[in-house]
Design a protein around this ligand. Structure first.
Ligand SMILES: NC(=O)c1ccc[n+]([C@@H]2O[C@H](COP(=O)([O-])OP(=O)(O)OC[C@H]3O[C@@H](n4cnc5c(N)ncnc54)[C@H](OP(=O)(O)O)[C@@H]3O)[C@@H](O)[C@H]2O)c1
Length: 236
């Protein structure tokens, strides 16, 4: 299929987790591309989307509520899902499963997570990264605030599905003006990714661009900002 045909295929998109920082950037990018946008967020967070109120449809509710997701993704050609591990209640896996079950056949499904997710076990992490992750996972679960294992389970289900998925794995994030589309590699540990920093606005850009980039179907790109030292060194 040629590039124009791929772009024409996406007209309506659902953004699950639209009220968060990443979500709001994705709403902006999607509207800039002329997509019809449906956003899902918790009832109490609807006011965060006030700036877009007359331009998007909001479906309020928990993102792991299957009925909420079923209604929100109806007729959508693409679904952008912010996977977050909050609470100890299978929030990530419940959200991912509902999207996998209810998105229309053939829709592009793009999920966000971090570098800690590995698809094939070939990512190479520093000892500091692994230690910090273990501590965060243990403490998060002990105080019942964060369930990183469940974000892992969510991605395992996505990887196993026969849908047209992409799992975008973000580096550390920062705010700031766009620097352009991030660069990606298949595995963490690649020297190009060594800068470990991406502007959140550009993470969102990558997610939205992935909707029409068929080379990313069934890939789990690890991304990094295009002005980070590893990228600049590789291009020099
Ligand atoms: N933060 C990082 O450094 C980092 C690094 C790499 C990858 N990532 C990935 O980037 C994505 C976005 O993360 P972010 O940190 O930048 O945050 P974010 O975009 O602000 O998103 C946080 C999301 O979590 C929701 N949320 C917050 N508390 C919640 C709760 N108690 N119950 C249910 N939902 C709750 C928020 O919804 P409300 O608007 O309703 O609060 C929002 O949709 C995630 O997939 C994350 O894994 C983050």
């Amino acid at each position: 299929m040629d590039a124009d045909a791929v772009h024409d295929r996406v007209k309506k998109v659902c953004i699950v987790g639209a009220s968060g920082k990443l979500g709001q950037y994705m709403v902006r990018h999607a509207l800039d591309r002329g997509y019809e946008v449906v956003g899902v967020c918790r009832e109490r967070s609807v006011p965060k989307l006030a700036a877009f109120a007359d331009r998007i449809t909001v479906v309020p509710g928990q993102t792991n509520d299957r009925e909420v997701i079923r209604r929100a993704v109806d007729g959508c050609d693409g679904v952008l899902t912010v996977l977050v591990p909050w609470g100890v209640r299978q929030y990530s896996s419940g959200t991912a499963q509902a999207v996998l079950d209810y998105a229309k056949p053939g829709a592009r499904l793009v999920f966000s997570c971090g570098w800690h997710i590995t698809r094939d076990g070939k990512d190479k992490y520093s000892r500091a990264f692994t230690t910090l992750l273990r501590i965060a996972a243990w403490v998060g679960k002990a105080v019942r605030a964060v369930e990183i294992d469940d974000q892992v389970e969510a991605c395992r289900r996505v990887f196993a599905s026969d849908t047209r998925w992409t799992v975008v794995r973000g580096s550390d994030l920062e705010e700031g003006e766009s620097q352009g589309l991030p660069v990606w590699r298949r595995h963490v540990g690649d020297p190009v990714l060594s800068g470990n920093l991406t502007r959140r606005v550009d993470f969102a850009l990558f997610m939205v661009e992935a909707l029409t980039d068929d080379t990313l179907v069934r890939e789990a790109p690890a991304i990094v900002g295009r002005l980070t030292p590893g990228v600049l060194a590789a291009s020099a």
